[in-house]
Design a protein around this ligand. Structure first.
Ligand SMILES: Nc1ncnc2c1ncn2[C@@H]1O[C@H](COP(=O)(O)OP(=O)(O)OP(=O)(O)O)[C@@H](O)[C@H]1O
Length: 536
């Protein structure tokens, strides 16, 4: 017969011999001590007891009577859980709620801890696993045993197939040592790839960024932020100007986040949408408006941004037709879907951005003057990175922190040589280029301190610097001038296309017409944009 057990808390004035007295009393009444804990605080001693009568059943009253009258006893009460059980429960709850799988083994390779995620990955239940040798589990990595010999490993990519599905994870493990340095076990931590991917997306594409995420301390940036904060809650159109990669989209997201608007932030790259699709993307269409259209019709981006913000990026790259329609939509706050009979009211806050000289485009007739005046109500200029070199350190640290978090690696820092190299670069690709350089350095460099040799600029991929200390090198060192010029032209066109999102955008950057650039692409027999990354 399994007798009932009781848990009690006894409070004593502290003295020598409490545990011995309790043990004697319980032994006299044939009661077994299942566990006993003593906590001392100031002059008092809290004794926690779990006991079970051995020979016969005992009532709660008889248990209290057995222990009453002990010297120095202040109070006695029944409890539901022992402090050690509470600690264990807390420990398991914490372990089960971390997003990493955790398994630990003792010095003999037997499992001592395994949390919820690790159990799911291994498709086993808790009781099945504790005390079993790790190398007996088919799905488990016996590499952990090598840590008992003092080895450790980091971020090894593994995948496991179980009834619960396919799990891909990064795993790291290290030995556990006692205070004398003797190895008493090992622990393995598995990071779920899905979690890592979700984190990467959150970190690199923050949906709701505030101005706190916009790094910069130079007066021009501080001024731009304080101006933007003031106008964020108003419905006015904002026009963000600045070279490619200066952070225009990030800035627009911050304005949206601080606008108090509850709708979505809808970014549209006007240069990336093919001309034929621009109007249907922006204004939507009714059912059966054209061949290939969805039967139910579709809301355009203006409608989708209702209650939120429509970010018209590269607005200067819009062809004349959509320019006129956008002007109308902005003025009237209404759109008509293609094939639609009625107009739909839209309440989208408009933020535009461009890296081109709008005034010059208006002069040359490539951008409508009326649209220019309509969007140029609140212009904000973001300075190029080479005009705010004081911000390079803070930006580099910020990107380094992001990439280290993404990779789950130790936090790195820049050596003074590396920082100096960054400060002396001309930054034609602005902050985007700095972000790429830092990510490359963090991946290349195995140590915590990033040296100058890990700072590599991708000159081949960057568009030719508009100014600065670099000049385009001749394509080869000899040969007739026309051939050299041809080779140089090819390289410039390839570079411009590689960094642009469309032929129209590349043409704009090179200051030539769309048709001229198309002819040059034909002349040099270049492949479509998507395959250009392989062209040298
Ligand atoms: N001040 C900043 N602080 C933190 N990150 C920044 C900052 N400026 C730019 N970035 C980052 O640099 C990258 C490029 O920024 P973004 O896309 O906003 O530039 P852009 O000016 O809109 O470029 P483009 O004109 O080519 O569209 C993004 O990853 C962005 O998060």
């Amino acid at each position: 017969m399994e007798s009932q057990s009781y848990k009690l808390n006894l409070l004593f004035l502290d003295r020598i011999g409490i545990v011995a007295d309790i043990s004697r009393r319980l032994a006299d009444r044939s009661m077994n001590i299942l566990s006993m804990e003593v906590e001392r605080r100031q002059q008092l001693a809290d004794v926690y007891l779990a006991v079970a009568p051995v020979l016969q059943e005992m009532t709660a009253g008889e248990i209290l009577e057995t222990l009453s009258g002990l010297d120095g006893l202040q109070s006695i009460r029944f409890i539901k859980t022992m402090p050690n059980e509470n600690r264990q429960n807390t420990f398991h709850t914490v372990l089960d709620n971390v997003s990493d799988g955790i398994v630990s083994i003792d010095a003999k390779g037997k499992i001592t801890t395994i949390n919820q995620l690790a159990r799911t990955i291994l498709n086993c239940h808790h009781r099945d696993l504790i005390g079993r040798r790790i190398d007996q589990l088919a799905a488990m990595d016996a590499h952990l045993l090598s840590c008992l010999e003092g080895k450790s490993y980091s971020r090894i990519r593994r995948s496991v197939s179980t009834n619960n599905g396919q799990f891909e994870f990064f795993t790291s493990a290290r030995p556990i040592a006692d205070s004398t340095g003797r190895i008493i076990g090992a622990v393995e931590i598995m990071k779920d790839m899905k979690e890592i991917k979700a984190l990467v997306e959150e970190v690199s594409q923050p949906e709701n960024v505030s101005f706190d995420a916009f790094v910069g301390n130079t007066p021009s940036v501080i001024q731009a932020i304080s101006f933007a904060r003031k106008i964020a809650p108003t419905p006015s159109i904002v026009s963000i100007r600045g070279q490619s990669g200066t952070g225009k989209e990030l800035f627009a997201r911050a304005i949206h986040a601080e606008s108090g608007r509850t709708g979505a932030f809808i970014p549209v790259n006007c240069a990336a949408i093919p001309d034929a699709l621009l109007e249907s993307e922006l204004f939507g269409y009714e059912s059966g408006a054209f061949t290939g259209a969805q039967k139910s019709g579709r809301a355009g981006l203006f409608e989708q941004a209702g209650g939120g913000t429509l970010f018209l990026d590269e607005i200067a790259d819009l062809p004349p037709g959509p320019q006129a329609k956008i002007l109308r939509a902005i003025q009237e706050k209404r759109v008509r879907r293609i094939g639609g009979r009625s107009e739909i009211e839209v309440d989208a806050r408009i933020i535009t951005a461009t890296n081109r000289n709008l005034e010059r485009l208006v002069e040359s007739g490539d951008f409508r003057q009326d649209l220019y005046y309509r969007i140029n109500v609140l212009p904000i200029h973001l300075p190029p990175l080479n005009a705010r070199t004081e911000d390079i350190r803070a930006l580099a640290d910020h990107f380094l922190f992001q990439i280290n978090c993404r990779l789950g690696s130790d936090l790195q820092h820049l050596s003074s040589g590396a920082l100096e190299k960054l400060v002396h670069h001309s930054w034609p690709g602005n902050v985007r280029e700095l972000k790429n350089v830092i990510e490359r350095a963090a991946i290349l460099c195995d140590t915590k301190k990033i040296g100058v040799e890990s700072i590599l600029f991708s000159f081949d991929l960057a568009a030719p610097a508009p100014s600065g200390n670099r000049t385009a090198k001749p394509a080869n060192d000899g040969g007739p001038l026309t051939l050299q010029l041809d080779a140089l032209e090819r390289r410039i066109v390839v570079n411009a296309l590689k960094t642009a999102r469309s032929i129209r955008q590349a043409a704009g950057r090179l200051g030539v017409s769309h048709t001229t650039l198309r002819n040059k692409i034909k002349k040099h027999r270049l492949p479509p944009l998507a395959s250009l990354s392989r062209v040298k």
